[in-house]
Design a protein around this ligand. Sequence first.
Ligand code: SF4
Length: 308
Amino acid sequence: MKNFKYVFGPVPSRRMGISIGISPIPKGHCNFSCIYCQLGRTRCMTNKREEFFSCNDLIEEFKEYLNDEINFDVVTIVGEGEPLLYKDLGILIKKLKNMTDKPIAVITNGALLSDPSVRNDLKNADIVLPSIDACNEEMFKKINRPHGNIKFDDVVEGLKIFSKEYEGQLWLETMIIKNINDNKEFFINLKNLLSTINYHRLYINSPVRPPAEGFVEQPSKESIKEAISILEGISIDELVSEGFYSEVKDDYEAVMSIIKRHPMNQFEIKSFIEKRGNSNTEEFLQRLDDDDNIEVINYKNYYTYRLK
Ligand code: SF4
């Protein structure tokens, strides 16, 4: 199987099953620079929607991908940055819907939902998953570090309007970070704010992968429990991941193709290659350690591998 440029996976998604990802955004282009981002600090801060790649190229590659008859549950538009920055998103979604019966999901930070044309672009998606990690401007700036033109009240207003117009599934996600938004006061304020939004689910997440900033820490289990109970959310950490999967024959190339878009830790790599009949884990991890194209990050004794 050839190495694709825009399409990746299948990767396990704890919320949606086996997901085929499509990335219409060049690496690190985002209108936020979240302190917990697993891609590191945002390399290109932008709030301008652009046709970063030709929509036809994305569609052609997806068509080629489908030729391999891979099993999957969902197609997820998820950038190595913010997918709503892709100017042809509406056309991309429409075309994808003509090619598969599987749901089309969009993972987003939600900042551009205040723009009516963006909301219109999303109307054909089956699931939209925006994040909301703050309940006021100060906290928003501290956690999400948005582009200078983005104001918290506008983001919330956009989300409210979208939630009333949109006919698909709206699943929100909140990242809880120790000593930043892991307290009862925040949970209650967020609950009040969420009461104005028509959403179907709220997922509670915590930073399990190496964050952009070293000071970001995981909250206690008690805080997560409190968040779940006050916000009536679902804990992402408790959802079972189905495990990584790749059609690429060579084990090393398969891991490389996954970590290009989705970091894996040593345990995930071990179980992935063992399932494929490779028991030489130590040698395999050593090869990854020695590879200059790979960044290895030690986070709480989890060695996470991602492509530089
Ligand atoms: S919005 Fe997503 S991609 Fe952008 S900085 Fe935050 S976590 Fe990273």
